[in-house]
Design a protein around this ligand. Structure first.
Ligand SMILES: [Zn+2]
Length: 114
């Protein structure tokens, strides 16, 4: 009997993305980088498996990534200060929204993006 696949698997590590707060896809949705209509067509990925974005989450509940070690010259420490500051605000806000959403039990597509 075929094993039933539950949920979505991360395109980077291959493990299931079990919780919404691990979902890079939903984070992208809240960042307005992806439309609701194509959400189910896009590959899923853990937030931490996408350090290019995850390095901008500045919240005590999000463990530091050690971006410099993982990303080398692409770590935010080597990028433009203004750009980094803006990205930190933008990505952290979306991450906090995602956490709030996870706590509220509201379906993601019912949640206003703005
Ligand atoms: Zn992963």
């Amino acid at each position: 009997m075929a094993k039933c696949d539950k949920g979505y698997h991360c395109k980077v590590c291959g493990n299931a993305v079990d919780v919404i707060t691990d979902s890079d896809l939903y984070l992208r949705y809240l960042l307005h980088e992806i439309q609701a209509e194509v959400l189910h067509l896009e590959p899923e990925c853990h937030i931490r498996c996408n350090p290019e974005r995850a390095q901008y989450i500045m919240d005590p509940s999000f463990d530091d990534l050690n971006a410099e070690k993982i990303l080398g010259p692409f770590a935010k420490n080597f990028l433009d200060d203004c750009y980094v500051a803006e990205e930190e605000i933008r990505v952290t806000a979306a991450w906090l929204k995602l956490r709030k959403l996870a706590d509220s039990g509201v379906a993601i597509l019912d949640y206003p993006q703005t």
